[in-house]
Design a protein around this ligand. Sequence first.
Ligand SMILES: Nc1nc2c(ncn2[C@@H]2O[C@H](COP(=O)(O)OP(=O)(O)OP(=O)(O)O)[C@@H](O)[C@H]2O)c(=O)[nH]1
Length: 707
Amino acid sequence: MFISWRIFAMNHQRIFSVHFKTMCYCKIKAILKRSKTPVPLRRNYSSPPGVVGNDVKSLYSIISPPVAKIRNIGIMAHIDAGKTTTTERILYYSGYTRSLGDVDDGDTVTDFMAQERERGITIQSAAVTFDWKGYRVNLIDTPGHVDFTLEVERCLRVLDGAVAVFDASAGVEAQTLTVWKQADKHKIPRICFLNKMDKTGASFNYAVESIREKLKVKPLLLQLPIGEARTFKGVIDVVNKEKLVWNSNSDDGKDFERKPLLETSDLELLKEAIEARNSLIEQVADLDDEFADLVLEEFSENFDLVPAEKLQTAIHRVTLAQAAVPVLCGSALKNKGVQPLLDAITMYLPSPEEREYGFLQWYKGDLCALAFKVLHDKQRGPLVFLRIYSGTLTPQLAIHNINRNCTERMSRLLLPFADQHVEIPSLTAGNIALTVGLKQTATGDTIVSSKSSALAAARRAGRGEKKPGKNSETESLLLAGVEIPEPVFFCTIEPPSVAKQPDTLDRTLGDKRHFVRAELEARPVEASSGMAVIEYADCISVDLLQASREAIENAVHSACLQGPLLGSPVQDVAITLHSLMIHPGTSTTMVNACVSRCIQKALKKADKQVLEPLMSLEVTVTGDYLSPVLADLAQRRGNVQEIQTRQDNKVVIGFVPLAEMMGYSTVLRTLTSGSATFALEFSTYQAMSPQDQSTLLTQRSGLAHVL
Ligand SMILES: Nc1nc2c(ncn2[C@@H]2O[C@H](COP(=O)(O)OP(=O)(O)OP(=O)(O)O)[C@@H](O)[C@H]2O)c(=O)[nH]1
C-alpha cells in the first residue's frame, strides 16, 4: 500500500481564537515576558516520524503502536514551574526537534499560538505525539494559570497518567493544589518531577516534604539529587543503583555518564543511596502485597539483592493504584534529568488498557471516542482532538455523535505534532487523533461509528446496568461531560429584608382575556447555592400549581438573574408565593410575565446589599520587599491572614476583593523590582461596606462626575 505523507503548516504561524472568559489576572512573570519582542518562528523540526531515517519510528509504529506501548500523558503544574521548558527538552531528546526551544525567547513547540509566544505563557494545550525507546507518547501540555482551569480540566480527563512539575525552590504552590485535585477527580496516576534543582534556594527535601504535607500523598523517592542549586550536577538512580552525571561542557544535555554506584569512591553517597533504596523497598512492600511476599520470601536477609526490574514492576502497580507517587528531580533549563523522567513516564505510568474504562465493554471493539478539544483553523475549519477509547478511526469515515444525535463525515485524520500535523490513514484505540471536517462536534461529545452501534451499545449497557436514576440508556453511553468552572467576574445582590408585593396582570388579546393575580414575598436566606429558593403557600391549589409551576419557576429564575441595583444576579433569596389567581384560558406566558414583574417590584422594595467576589491571594516576595507589598495590600482592602517563611522568601497569604486587583501585576512588579510572584483564586462573595457600596452605585449611575 502506498501512503503519501504530507506535513501541514510546517513552521508557519497560525492564530487560533481563544475565549478569555475569566481572564482577569495573571502572574507577574508572565507580564514580564510579554514585554519581550516576540521572536519570529525559525525553529528546525526533524522529519515527521517514520519519514526519513529515524531509528525508533517505523511506519507501522506510527500508525498503530501496540496499545501496551502507548502513554497518554499530561504535564501539570503551577505557573512558571517549567512545564514548557520540560516539554521542549522531552521533544528534543525524543528526536522530534533538532534544536532546543526557549520559553524566554518565545520559540517553543508547545506554546505554538502567537498569543502564547508573546505572553510567554501556555494558554491552549498543544497535543504532541512522539516516541521514546519504542513507546508512543501522546503529551498534552496543560496550562497552569487559574484563569485557564477549563483548559486543564478538558485535557486531564483524556489522560491515562500525568507528570506534575514543581519548582524545587517553591515546593507545592497554590495552583498545583487546584490541578492536583482535578487529577484526583479523574483518578489519574501521577509522577512528580522536582524541576529547577539548579536554582538558588532549590531544596529536594523541602519540596518532598511539601508534597507529603500539602498533597497528602506518599512520595516514593526514586532519585536523590547530586548537589543542589549551583552544585547540582546529576542524580542517583535509587532503583538501579546508578549515578547519572551530566557533562557540564555539553550544551544540550545529551551527554551524560551512567555509572554503577558501587564504582563510586564517594562512600557517603553510596551509604545514602543504599539507605534510600532500602526504605523505598520497605515503603513499596507496605503498599503492594505481591512485592511484600517476594521480598519476605526471597530477600528478607538482604534488600540489596532485590532486582531492579521487580522493584520497578511493583512501583508501576503502586503508581497505578495511586497508593503513592514516584518522585524524580532535575533541571529542564540546564538539560539535566529529563531523559530519566522520560524513562519513568514509560515505566511507571499506565497504558490505556491498564486504565479502567467500564463503558468499553458495551462497544465490543466498535469505535468510541471523546472530543476533548476543538480549535478553529481559518483554512481547514474546526479541528477536533479525539481520544480514541475503542475501535479504529479512518479518514472519510462517517461518524455518529451521540450528544448531538447527528452523523457527520471527517475528511482527514492527522497526528498532532504541535504546529505540524501529519496526515495518517488510520488510528487505533488508545491514541489521540486530530480530525478535520467535523463541523458539529463540540468539546465533550462522544463519537461512535454509527447510530446502530450506539443503540447496540445502549442495549448492552441497559442489560448490564440497572442503576436507578438513569434517564435513558443512551445517556449512560455519554462519557462524562466537561465541568465548566464558575466565572468569577460578576457582582451579586441579596435582599437583607422581607418585601411583599401583590401584582396583577389583566390584558385582553384579541377576544381573549388573560388575568393573573399573584402575591409573593422576597426574603433573605442563609448562603444558598446561588439559585433562588421557591416556596408555595398551602392555600395554592395543587391543580393550579401543576398547570403553572414551570412558568412560575422560570419567571423566578429569570427575574433573579438581573437584580435591581446593578443588573447583576441575585442570590441568597427565597421567594414565597402567597396567593395565585389565574383566569381560565390565560396563557403561561402571561403567568410568567406577571410573576416576573411582581418579583422585580418586590426586590426593588427590599433593602439590598451588594456582594463582591473575594479572592484568596498568595504573594511570594523576598524579605526586603515585604513592607511595601503589605502596605499596598492594606490600600487594596486586603486582609492578610498569615506570613510564612519559605526558603529565602516570605509568602503572604490572605484575602482581597477582586475589584481591587486590576493592574496588580504591574504594581507588584514596580514595588518589588520584578522579583515577586502571586497567585489568585476565587474564594467567596462578601458584602461590601455601606460606604464602598454607595461609591460603587454612584459610579455606576454616572453621578460620580457630577458630584
Ligand atoms: N533555573 C531554572 N529555571 C527554569 C527551569 N525550567 C524553566 N525555568 C524558567 O522558568 C520560567 C518558566 O518556565 P516555563 O517553561 O515557561 O514554565 P511553564 O510552567 O510552562 O509556565 P506557563 O506556561 O506560564 O504555565 C522560564 O523563565 C524558564 O526559563 C529550570 O530547570 N531551572
